[in-house]
Ligand binder design. Structure first.
Ligand code: NAD
Length: 316
C-alpha cells in the first residue's frame, strides 16, 4: 500500500500551500485531503490529491477515509479560524474547532497514525505578558471563543499522547500571511486586506486602526509548512508539546504601508479609524523551543514573504 498523509482543510490558505510544498518534497507519498469549503476554495485544491468533500464532524466519512487510506501522518489545518466569527458563533465554532479535532484525534489513535500535527494559534496567549513571548513564561489566557477552542485542543493532544500513545504536537502560529490568502473577508490579516484594496479597489477599502505603531510577528506561510514537515520528520516523540511558530521579528503597520507602497509602486490610501478595544499593541514570539525541538528556522523573512505575496496578487 502506498504511504499516505491526511491533510484537513486542504482548500484553505495554509492547507493548500502545505499540499503544494509537500507534493514537491515527497512525490511518492499520496496526499489525501478533506475540506467542506466553509472558508476554503475549490480552485485551491491541488489536482493530484485524493480529495473528499465533507466535514471533519462527519464520523462516517472519517471512518471511510481512515480505513481506506490508513494515513501515516495527519496534518490538521481545518477550522473555522476567524476571531470575530467565533464571537458571533460560539457554538458552531466550538463544534468544528474542538469536536472536529477530537474526532480526528480519535480516528488517528484507532488507526495507529504515527504523529498528529495540530494547528494552534498565538491567540491562546490572549495578549502575552512578556515579549518576546516564550511558551513557558506565558500561561495561556484565551479571551475569545476561537482562542479557547484552540487552547482546549492542546491538552486534548497531550492526553491522546499520554493515554493512547498517539504522538501529537501543537504549533502556535503567529499571523500567517502569503500567497493564497485572500483579503476580501472581513477577517483578513492586514497584509492581505491592504493588498486586496490596492489591487481590487472597487471591492475593498483599506483602513488603519489607531496610530499604526502596533506591530505583529508576521510569519510567511512557507515557514509554517516547513515547521509541519519538520514535526513529521522528528525522530523524537513530541508528546503534545506546544511550540510557537513565527518569524521571531516584528513589523509595525506604518512600516508595512511603506513597504507595500515601495514594492507595488502604488499609493495605499488608508481610512483612519479608532483603535479597537482590547487590541494588543505588539506580538513577538520567542521561537527557541521550536528551534531546539524540531530544528525550526524561518527561511523566508518578512520582506521576502511580502514580495512573494505581492507577486501572487499581481497574477490574480
Ligand atoms: N492564518 C493564520 O494566521 C493562522 C494563525 C494561527 C492559527 N491558524 C490555524 O491554521 C489553520 C489553517 O488556517 P487558514 O488561515 O489556512 O484558514 P482557512 O480558513 O483558509 O482554512 C481552513 C480550512 O478548513 C476548512 N474547514 C472549516 N470547517 C471545516 C469542517 N467542518 N470540515 C472540513 N473542513 C473544514 C475550510 O473550508 C478551509 O478550507 C486553522 O486551524 C487556523 O486556526 C491560522
Amino acid at each position: 500500500m502506498k504511504k499516505s498523509i491526511l491533510v484537513t482543510g486542504c482548500a484553505g490558505f495554509i492547507g493548500s500551500n502545505f499540499v503544494k510544498i509537500f507534493k514537491n518534497r515527497f512525490p511518492a507519498i499520496e496526499i489525501v485531503g478533506i475540506d467542506d469549503f466553509s472558508t476554503g476554495r475549490k480552485d485551491a485544491i491541488e489536482k493530484s490529491i485524493i480529495f473528499y468533500k465533507g466535514s471533519i464532524l462527519n464520523k462516517k466519512l472519517l471512518a471511510k477515509i481512515f480505513s481506506k487510506h490508513k494515513p501515516e501522518y495527519v496534518f490538521h489545518f481545518a477550522a473555522l479560524p476567524r476571531v470575530s466569527f467565533s464571537v458571533e458563533n460560539p457554538v458552531l465554532t466550538t463544534e468544528v474547532n474542538i469536536l472536529g479535532t477530537v474526532n480526528l484525534l480519535d480516528f488517528s489513535r484507532k488507526f495507529k497514525v504515527k504523529r498528529f500535527m495540530f494547528s494552534s494559534s498565538s491567540s491562546v496567549y490572549g495578549g502575552a505578558k512578556y515579549i518576546p513571548t516564550k511558551e513557558s513564561e506565558n500561561f495561556p489566557d484565551p479571551q475569545v471563543p476561537y482562542a479557547v477552542q484552540k487552547y482546549d485542543c492542546e491538552p486534548f493532544c497531550k492526553i491522546f499522547s499520554q493515554l493512547y500513545s498517539l504522538d501529537t504536537v501543537c504549533m502556535r502560529y503567529f499571523n500567517v500571511f502569503g500567497p493564497g490568502q485572500y483579503g476580501d473577508s472581513p477577517y483578513s490579516t492586514v497584509v492581505a486586506a491592504w493588498l486586496e484594496a490596492l489591487y481590487f479597489p472597487k471591492d475593498k477599502k483599506a483602513f488603519i486602526e489607531g496610530n499604526g505603531k502596533q506591530s505583529r510577528d508576521f510569519c510567511y506561510v512557507d515557514n509554517v509548512v516547513d515547521a509541519n514537515i519538520a514535526c513529521m520528520l522528528s525522530k523524537k516523540p513530541l508528546k503534545g508539546i506546544c511550540m510557537n511558530i513565527a518569524n521571531g521579528e516584528r513589523t509595525n503597520l506604518i512600516e508595512i504601508k511603506k513597504l507595500i507602497e515601495k514594492y507595488t509602486g502604488m499609493k495605499l490610501e488608508l481610512e483612519k479609524r479608532a483603535s479597537r478595544v482590547g487590541d494588543v499593541m505588539h506580538t513577538l514570539a520567542d521561537i527557541n523551543l521550536a528551534k531546539k525541538t524540531i530544528g525550526y528556522k524561518p527561511k523566508v523573512d518578512f520582506l521576502e514573504g511580502l514580495k512573494r505575496t505581492i507577486e501572487w496578487f499581481e497574477t490574480r
